[in-house]
Design a binder for this molecule. Sequence first.
Ligand code: ADP
Ligand code: AIR
Ligand code: ASP
Length: 277
Amino acid sequence: MFRARDTVVVINNLPFNFLREGHRRMSRRTKIYEGKAKILYEGSEPNTIIQYFKDDATAFNAQKKGNISGKGVLNNRISERIFTALDKMNIPNHFIKRINMREQLIKKCEIVPVEVIIRNVAAGSICGRLGIEEGSELPNTLIEFCYKSDEQGDPVIAEEHIYTFGWASPEEMDEIVHYALRVNDFLSGMFAAIGIRLIDFKLEFGRYFDGENEQIILADEISPDGCRLWDIETNEKLDKDRFRRDLGGVEDAYMEVARRLGIKLPDLSELSSEDDK
Ligand code: ADP
Ligand code: AIR
Ligand code: ASP
């Protein structure tokens, strides 16, 4: 049986200031929401939010809690890189701009309370649920839906539940599935090009209201927190499973993903000036 515990992982090859969360700067803002991995603040423009990436990590519906030093900085950068690339592929999304090491400005939307899980290879919960061996290639891309509810433990649901309980309309789900498959095609290729297999990942979508118009857009983040990423040659895990399963080398894995994406991490002086803003 899994027991709650605290895991603190200390990064040892990053400058000290890299690890600071900059709470002084944050306190001047109006906090809208604090989640397990991010904090949302009111943005300076109407209809915008500042998304702050924390180092906090949770797993198994927050039964396991920990802190991965520098994770927020890395996820901010990785997610920025991916959302910017998806924008060029005409996938509408919430990303506006990165503000600093841990924050990005995003479009405020009404989150559809459905987590969209896209699987290319069997791993994680599906293996236990259906008795499938981890690492088995799936004959086709599999989409699963989970009800986004911490209280209920994000249970897997059928598409029918979404309509029965009015979480999204069939038209919205058509768009969401269409975008999810396009994101999968694009990201699978993008990661393959840097020697990474995209095993599975989670997406969140929201409704963005722009005057009269309402649009479904991709929201939240795409980072090693919500993707399974395996090295193509060795099958080494380069994602949050290293934390979930106590495999060690968590930060190194996130750093490796950032490095392969060509993300240049800032030097010490740049980081300290950001923290002192
Ligand atoms: P959780 O809420 O699961 O603990 P996080 O700590 O990542 O997750 O918190 C970020 C929250 O912000 C999530 O609940 C997510 O659904 C929400 N969110 C992400 N993007 C947007 C957006 N563009 N507008 C409004 N809410 C968003
Ligand atoms: N995920 C699901 N809920 C939260 C997250 N982050 C992501 C996992 C994994 C995929 O969705 O990171 O990439 C499938 O997760 P699972 O646990 O259902 O196998
Ligand atoms: N982030 C979710 C949780 O804390 C799920 C996960 O990543 O395992 O439970």
